[in-house]
Design a protein around this ligand. Structure first.
Ligand code: BES
Ligand code: MN
Ligand code: MN
Length: 461
């Protein structure tokens, strides 16, 4: 199977087809884009059909549709279930983009001499999901599809996959599989292929602090009445101690502690602290005492304010004590921490630290459990062999700090392992202005995926 040649011969078309998909603003969070979400689902279905899916279907949900496709060649052969998402994050702030987010352009950069595609969703996850569609086309056209394949491409990953959980329960039989394959993560660098072996869980909450029953004159009342913004910021500051450990009682109780060997193994992964600092323009790193940067952003839990507002933020000055202050807070969780439990612990603690001069309301948003893939199973081995075939060296196992909450549920529902075979780079700026995806990365992904199918089928039988 010469996947390199097929990719080389078809790459311009692959890129143009991806660009067509990237032009659709499929922003799941914004109800204004309902039609575009449907358009994107239809384009994905069309692409699955032309790649060789013999059966496809768009399943409407209470939110955005789920696209399904399959090519079953023999009931007795293993089945790979590909998961991905066609929805994207909102592109704002728009003025920070060098080119419009839904008008894809290819630019050459030092890191990407072969070009990179700039558009919202280019890496997360349209570009990476599309690698699987084109890999299927390759295997079908080259007569090299060794097993059955199913695709489940959702439109609500960026808003918490709320309708996917009931869907996988309702269609458990249709979705039955031997392994789940996802490209929605990254690799260390172009020279250091890696396979993501862990994802963090998530608990996302919103808090509201209420003081007086109306906005007040800050001269007439200031000093005598609790200012909800002052109180909120103080409460938030108290959630971390001087060692940057989270102060919520019970928060660390179930955190998985890695052995010294496991930590030493992790530390072998190439990492350049100076480059890390330079690449995001910071003077120094920050985090929990006793842990390295790579540990802090993968095997340790976090608590971060994602947004905070209240009071007067318009032009000029207004002397006011606002009635309310708000914040959105996310906690990244690690194996064994249960997100529902953590949400409860947060709520109880946050309410308990509020002075009686204000009232607080905690509203949970969404969440999910973390996930770890074993590296001694045939699933990981197949992925590593695929990497070896294409990159000429073994993959580095890598725990990621990001979350794909539905992954833990896959394992519960199907009892199969998930392989996170990502081709993005940290510098791709996912969720940020100027998101891009290297053409090299995109094509390497298409080239590598068929090797996974081949090795998985061999190891399984
Ligand atoms: N693809 C990302 C997750 C990711 C990126 C994991 C890179 C590992 C490496 C996914 O689309 C995402 O953004 N997930 C959200 C969670 C979701 C509930 C909004 C996240 O991690 O913030
Ligand atoms: Mn994603
Ligand atoms: Mn994302």
């Amino acid at each position: 199977m010469n996947t390199k040649l097929y990719v080389e011969n078809n790459k311009d078309r692959f890129i143009n087809e991806l660009i067509d998909l990237l032009k659709i603003p499929s922003i799941s969070a914004d109800s204004k884009y309902k039609k575009e979400m449907q358009d994107a689902a239809e384009m994905v279905e069309q692409q699955l059909k032309s790649a060789g899916c013999e059966k496809t279907q768009i399943f409407p949900t209470k939110g955005h549709a789920i696209v399904y496709g399959e090519r079953i060649i023999d009931e007795n052969l293993p089945t790979v279930l590909v998961y991905g998402h066609y929805d994207v994050q909102p592109p704002d702030p728009l003025d920070l983009w060098d080119s419009p987010p839904f008008e894809p352009v290819i630019k050459n950069t030092e890191l990407h001499p072969e070009g990179a595609i700039y558009a919202r969703g280019s890496c997360d996850d349209k570009g990476q999901m599309f690698m699987h569609v084109k890999a299927l086309e390759l295997m079908v056209n080259e007569n090299a599809l060794p097993c059955n394949v199913k695709f489940m491409i959702e439109g609500e990953e960026e808003v918490g996959s709320g309708n996917l959980a009931p869907f996988i329960n309702d269609y458990k039989d249709m979705l039955a599989n031997d392994v789940i394959l996802i490209s929605d993560t990254g690799m260390i660098s172009k020279e250091h292929p890696s396979i993501t072996t862990g994802l963090r869980g998530l608990s996302y909450v919103e808090v509201e602090v209420t003081g007086p029953n109306r906005d007040l004159h800050s001269g007439l009342y200031g000093g005598a009445v609790a200012n909800p913004i002052n109180i909120l910021t103080k409460m938030i500051a108290s959630l971390q101690d001087d060692n940057n450990r989270i102060t919520i009682p019970g928060f660390y109780d179930k955190v998985e502690e890695l052995t010294a060997e496991e930590r030493a193994k992790m530390a072998e992964a190439p990492f350049d602290l100076e480059h890390y600092k330079d690449s995001i323009g910071i003077g120094n790193v920050h985090g929990e005492t006793g842990f390295t940067t790579n540990e802090r952003n993968s095997i340790r839990p976090t608590l971060d304010v994602n947004g905070i507002w209240g009071g007067y933020t318009g032009e000029g000055a207004k002397t006011v004590i606002a009635s309310k202050a708000y914040a959105k807070i996310s906690m990244r969780l690690v194996p064994h921490q249960d997100w529902n439990e953590i949400t409860e612990l947060f709520k109880t603690h946050f309410e308990s630290i509020a002075p009686d001069s204000v009232s607080v309301k905690v509203t949970p948003h969404h969440g999910g459990q973390g996930y770890v893939t074993p590296i001694d199973g045939i699933e990981y081995q197949a992925a590593d062999k695929a990497i070896q075939d294409v990159f000429g060296k073994s993959a580095i196992p890598l725990r990621s700090g990001g979350s794909i909450p539905i992954v833990a549920l896959f394992e519960e529902t199907f009892d199969s392992k998930t392989i996170l075979l990502g081709f993005g780079l940290d510098s791709d700026a996912i969720h940020s202005p100027n998101e891009h995806f290297g053409v090299w990365n995109f094509l390497k992904g298409i080239e590598t995926i068929p090797h996974f199918y081949k090795h998985f089928t061999q190891l399984k039988s």
